[in-house]
Design a protein around this ligand. Sequence first.
Ligand code: CA2
Length: 163
Amino acid sequence: MQGSRRRAGKRSTPNVLVLNGPNLNLLGSREPQIYGLATLADIESACRTHAKAIGLAIDFRQSNHEGELVTWVQEARERAAGILVNPAAFGHTSVALYDALVAVTLPVVEVHLSNIFRREQFRHHSYVSLIAKGVICGFGPQGYLLGLDAMRRLVLPDEDTRA
Ligand code: CA2
């Protein structure tokens, strides 16, 4: 009885690092025709609400500095069960971010607000996509919520996913 209760006992809530790259702090203020009107604070709030509803906790961060993003990825090994990342322009350029994501050996889901394949050629390649379990692009802020749903299946594969 005691053993079976322990086996069926509540698991701790997995923490997901939600990482945002350069210039995403400008969302909502410029280029609304590409990125929409939502601010990064709006996206964080929507992520928090959705994550809680599906049984995840999030650590939501943004940096304009490649090295800071690399450090946060390295630290995620101790703190997170997975990484949801909008690498922004660093997705197209950063071998350092790619190397950090390879080294951390956590599931990675990549998200972009815009459909990068309908844009300039230089946006069609992402180093992060080489390591990501999957990529979501073109759905605006909803992409982050879809990414959290995907991450839930990756970090809680045995759970009922109807939530
Ligand atoms: O579509 C995305 O989410 C991107 O990751 C956004 C990046 C861009 O470099 C990627 O190719 C696709 C840009 C970040 C946001 O940049 C802004 C610039 C001015 C005003 C608002 C946002």
